[in-house]
Ligand binder design. Structure first.
Ligand code: GRF
Length: 219
């Protein structure tokens, strides 16, 4: 089967982008990263993409003022030019309108640093600590017009420690983000994800190990 052509959209440092690029180096990986695009000309991830030999594009949203759809039309035509099959949002800090989202329905993924539907939006680690949850994590989902919503493809759970700070927790969540994004993209690219009643069913998923219980007490 031909590899799916993937664009990654970033606005910042691009560590998830780098994880996807690294995974896609495996000849057996079912997708190739053919474009990294950013709305921020100074996104640090652009340099990392160039260093990895991936073509980059900048679509500066400020050129379009308040006209979100005009920005999206410009972005969409860049994606079209590169014959993109799948789009991965990876720290892409623009809210997308139904105009673009509907064109990429079922073909656009996002990663969010929380166990959705908990803690949508920004500052998820601060909010998880403030809420006192014992288990936090990350989610990869299909993009729908509503922010940080849409069918969940993969999640990873991270135990919260009593002495956690937002920074410490963010670091451990980021480590699992870098595992589940390449996993989720591979599943979608292989056609192993199907939507049943609004939920993602994953072909080949194995029976789960024992439950994660937090706290674990050894006496
Ligand atoms: C990640 O935490 C991701 O989940 C969120 O934005 C952050 C981007 O980080 N959507 P990076 O640019 O991938 O390092």
């Amino acid at each position: 089967m031909a590899k799916k052509r993937v664009a990654i959209l970033i606005s910042g440092r691009g560590s998830n982008m780098a994880a996807l690029i690294a995974a896609a180096k495996d000849p057996a990986y079912p997708a190739e990263i053919v474009l990294v695009a950013s709305n921020q000309a100074d996104a640090a991830g652009l340099e990392r993409a160039t260093a990895a030999g991936i073509p980059t594009a900048i679509v500066d949203h400020t050129r379009f003022g308040k006209d979100r759809e005009a920005f999206e039309r410009a972005l969409h035509s860049v994606l079209d030019e590169h014959r993109i099959d799948l789009v991965c949002l990876a720290g892409f800090m623009r809210l997308l309108t139904p105009w673009l989202v509907s064109r990429w329905q079922g073909r656009m993924l996002n990663i969010h640093p929380a166990l959705l539907p908990a803690f949508k939006g920004l500052d998820t680690h601060e909010r998880a600590l403030a809420a006192g949850v014992k288990i936090h994590g990350a989610s990869v989902h299909f993009v729908v017009p509503e922010m940080d919503s849409g069918p969940i493809i993969a999640q990873a759970a991270v135990p919260v420690q009593d002495d956690d700070t937002p920074e410490k927790l963010a670091e451990r969540v980021l480590a699992v983000e870098h595992r589940i994004y390449p996993l989720a993209l591979a599943l979608v690219a292989r056609g192993d994800v199907s939507l049943v009643d609004g939920r993602c069913r994953i072909a080949g998923a194995q029976p789960m190990p024992a439950a994660l219980v937090v706290p674990e007490i050894k006496r």
